[in-house]
Design a binder for this molecule. Structure first.
Ligand code: UDP
Length: 319
């Protein structure tokens, strides 16, 4: 193991660790140590053949043999520059390498549909593990991604810039828009919680510039009702759950001021980058499929949240 490879990776500017000092005293001195995940598969094993042609390469294959086979690599088994590890990439792997070809994932529909959740794990966790390894040892990584990402394409032929036309929806998905209500974290930093806490404390309401950006705020009980309907029904969605009542941040500040503490000031402060300028859910689907529609207007929900914040902040009711 490299001398400093176990120090963690918190420092962004940290250089990749140096190779093990023992590397240069080994019986075999390779130029390039290469990990091929999924190297026992169809493309992987051909890649291994090619990599092994270079006598300076040392090749490590990690494969769980779900679709790959040792047979594909039989000419290399026992070769001094070759290692074969039975390994599932959803588990972390610690090997010192210079390059990672990350191919591990069933590629044929029969196999990737056999256990779709496992396939997702292989893609997500497997790739995270390999990215972590690459970062840790300073290796270059190549991810093989499938043209399946383009789905049933609406653009033909498919350029890399095309985001695809896929249907990844197999579970119930609620798309939650801004929600507020009692029990929100007082220091959550969200606009409603900030304004209510500020108004109760007698502090200025911090409207981030320009203040004309909009949001649509759904009271939490309405949202919960929508979630339960979605769970109980037969439609999977995604379904937008939110209150279409749209307010600018200045309007929200005015409303909070009026309802909670008319004495506080409203001040414009700096905004964070990339703040969306407008947001309002189209809830046609929720109405049609779930018979759902928010019941609580902002001017009714804010006082309910105020009561909760007052109690938690230990502020007496002044009104
Ligand atoms: N915002 C604001 N003052 C605050 C906190 C947020 O004006 O003290 C604005 C913010 O710029 C954004 C909007 O409120 O335009 C909603 O922000 P929030 O963090 O509540 O939720 P988001 O919708 O951005 O997830």
């Amino acid at each position: 193991m490299a001398a400093n490879s176990s120090n963690g990776d918190h420092v962004a500017s940290k250089q990749p660790p140096l190779p093990s000092p023992l590397r240069f005293s080994k019986f075999f001195q390779s130029n390039m140590r290469i990990l091929v995940t999924g190297g026992a598969g169809f493309i992987g094993s051909h890649l291994v053949d090619r990599l092994m042609e270079n006598e300076k390469n040392e090749v490590i294959v990690a494969d769980n043999y779900f679709t790959g086979s040792k047979d594909n690599l039989k000419k290399w088994i026992g070769h001094p520059r070759f290692e074969l590890i039975r390994h599932d990439v959803t588990e972390p792997l610690l090997v010192e390498v210079d390059q990672i070809y990350h191919l591990a994932c069933p590629a044929s529909p029969i196999f990737y549909k056999y256990n779709p959740v496992k396939t997702i794990k292989t893609n997500v966790i497997g790739t995270l593990n390999m990215l972590g390894l690459a970062k840790r040892v300073g290796a270059r990584i190549l991810l093989t991604s499938t043209s399946e990402v383009y789905g049933d394409p609406l653009i033909h032929p498919q350029p890399e810039s095309y985001w695809g036309n896929v249907n990844p929806i197999e579970i119930r998905i609620a798309r939650i828009f801004n929600t507020y209500g009692p029990r929100m974290n007082i220091d959550d930093g969200r606009v409603v919680s900030n304004f209510i806490a500020q108004a109760l404390r007698g502090e200025s309401l911090t409207v981030q510039s320009p203040g004309t950006q909009t949001r649509s705020f759904c009271y939490v009980s309405d949202l919960v009702d929508g979630l339960i309907r979605l769970m109980g029904g037969s439609d999977t969605g995604p379904i937008n759950l939110g209150n279409p009542g749209e307010f600018t941040m200045l309007e929200l500040a005015e409303t909070v001021k009026e309802l909670i503490n008319p004495e506080v000031e409203i001040k414009i402060v700096e905004n964070t980058p990339d703040d969306p300028r407008q947001r309002k859910p189209d809830i046609t689907k929720a109405k049609e499929l779930l018979g759902w529609e928010p019941q609580i207007k902002l001017c009714d929900g804010l006082p309910l949240m105020q009561e909760d914040f007052r109690l938690r902040l230990g502020i007496d009711n002044k009104n």
